[in-house]
Write a protein that binds this ligand. Sequence first.
Ligand SMILES: [Zn+2]
Length: 267
Amino acid sequence: MLNLTRLRLDDATQLELTGWQAELDQIPTYDARRLATKREWRNKSSRDAMDPVRQALRDMCPGIERCMFCLDSAAHEIEHFRPKALFPSALFQWSNMFFICGACNREKLAKFKCLAADGTMHMATINLILGGQLSEDSLAVLLNPIDDNPENFLALDISGGTFRITPRVDLSNPNKQRAEETIKILALNSRDVLVKRRKTAYEDLRIWLRYVANRYQAADIGAVAEIRATLIANCNLFVWREMQRQQERIPDLQSLFQNLPAEVLRW
Ligand SMILES: [Zn+2]
C-alpha cells in the first residue's frame, strides 16, 4: 500500500453523488438505510454519471490500473472502504471509493474493524453501531491509502529476503495494531503470489538500475527519461519506494545506488 492522492471530480459528477447520498440519508432509520444500499448501488452504479468516477479512480491508481491495496494485480472493481452493508452514510461519498483487484475485494469483504472511543478494536457490526459503541464515523483500523500514509506504517523485509510486509519498527499502538491488521485483513503475506511477485519486482528493479547506471554513464538522457517513465508506470511502486528508503542499510542496494545520481532516489 502506498500513499495516494485523491483527484477532484468534475462539479456535475460530484453533484450527482451528493444528490444520491442525500436521498439515501433521508430514509429515517439506520436499518432501513442499510437495507437500501445494495439496491441503490445496483441502480446507480451502472449509470453514465459513474463513468467519470471510474476514470478518476483509474487515474489515481499506483501504476497503470494497479490495485490500490496490493499494488500487484489489475484493479477493476470500485471498493467501498467502509462496507456498504454497514455504512449507508458513505455509499456515494467520493472519499469512500477506491479501485482494487478482485482478490483484495474477496479478502476484505465486509471485514471491517473500527476503534471505539475508548481505543478498543471491534469488528464493525450492525448491533455495535445500533448500540452506539461504534458509529458510522468511528476510526477505521484498516489503513486508508489516501487519509493515512501507509508508508509510515508498513515496511518490506528486503534485508531478511522474505519480502513479507511488516509493521514499521518505530510504531506503537494503535498504529502498530492498524499495520498488523491491515496486513492480516488483506492477506498481504498469506497470499503466496504477492510475496513471490514482490521478490521478482525487487530483482527486476535491480536489473533496471544497472541499466540506468549504464545509460547515465553514456550520457544517454533520452533513454534515462524513458526508463524512468516505464519503471514508474509498471513496477510495484511499494517495492521501489522501500528500495529507495532502505538502500543505505542494504549493501547490495547501496552499491547500486552509489553508481547513480542522487536524483534517482527521488524517482
Ligand atoms: Zn489487490
